[in-house]
Design a protein around this ligand. Structure first.
Ligand SMILES: Cc1cc2nc3c(=O)[nH]c(=O)nc-3n(C[C@H](O)[C@H](O)[C@H](O)COP(=O)(O)O)c2cc1C
Length: 234
């Protein structure tokens, strides 16, 4: 049987018989058309945190899964970069807060080189926000307040995991969890190796996908007092 363009049509049954090998997608051919409302300088708030709030509301309204998941990039003192996802747990004019193990790889990077970049990859709404800034640890009291609000299992999990260290097996990890759960059947204390970091922005870029790769990129740059707003080529 011949289909359009003379290409042979095969039934699903035939495909199974002929070639059932799953093939990787051809990445070069994967593309998507971006078009949205143009993003104009006059549409943006004078303050990037306010603009973040507006876009975060849009991400929530669009029903994005885990809109507060962000990619955190750090670098060691020697300049070796690494990136991973963490959850945004609070923000205000001082910056963006996430929680982690201070002795993890990211924790060590940020202790020796207190600079970071954050990326919110909101693909379904064709938007991306980038933040670059300096990093500080939040107060122990602030970390404790968040720690107490976490479910019991997560609190024990924070104790049980020497995050980023090599472990011998899953069993070792589970055994450690059980030991600690037995030690604190309720109210585990806040580990001194765990807490929040705050990324205080010096630059924030709002990216909106547009047709023909002519995307909108508007970047706020800290110029004390206030912010400069610049358009970047896509
Ligand atoms: C959706 C998602 C959310 C995550 N949130 C956090 C988080 O808030 N804090 C954290 O320490 N790790 C979080 N992780 C795990 C990190 O991506 C990473 O595996 C871990 O922090 C160890 O990273 P490191 O070895 O570079 O320090 C999350 C992972 C995913 C996929």
């Amino acid at each position: 049987m011949r289909g359009v363009n003379g290409i042979r049509n095969a039934s699903a049954q035939e495909y199974r018989l002929v070639d059932a090998t799953p093939r990787p997608p051809t990445l070069a051919g994967l593309r998507r058309t971006y078009e949205g409302e143009p993003l104009l300088e006059s549409d943006l708030a004078s303050d990037p945190i306010e603009q973040f709030t507006a876009w975060f509301q849009d991400a929530l309204a669009a029903g994005l899964p885990e809109p507060n998941a962000m990619v955190l990039a750090t670098a060691s003192a020697g300049g070796r970069p690494s990136a991973r996802t963490v959850l945004l747990k609070g923000y205000d004019e001082r910056g963006f807060v996430f929680y982690t193990n201070y002795e993890s790889r990211k924790g060590r990077d940020l202790t020796e080189n207190p600079r970071a970049s954050l990326l919110f990859p909101w693909h379904p709404i064709r938007r991306q926000i980038r933040v670059e800034g300096t990093v500080t640890r939040i107060s122990h009291e602030e970390s404790a307040e968040y720690f107490e609000s976490r479910p019991y299992g997560s609190r024990i999990g924070a104790w049980a995991s020497r995050q980023s260290a090599v472990v011998r097996s899953r069993e070792e990890l589970d055994h450690r969890y059980e030991e600690l759960a037995a030690r604190w059947p309720e109210n585990p204390p806040v580990p001194d190796f765990w807490g929040g970091f705050r990324v205080t922005p010096i630059e924030m870029e709002f990216w909106q996908g547009q047709l023909d790769r002519m995307h909108d990129r508007l970047r706020y740059r800290r110029v004390r007092p206030g912010w400069a707003l610049e358009r970047l080529a896509p």
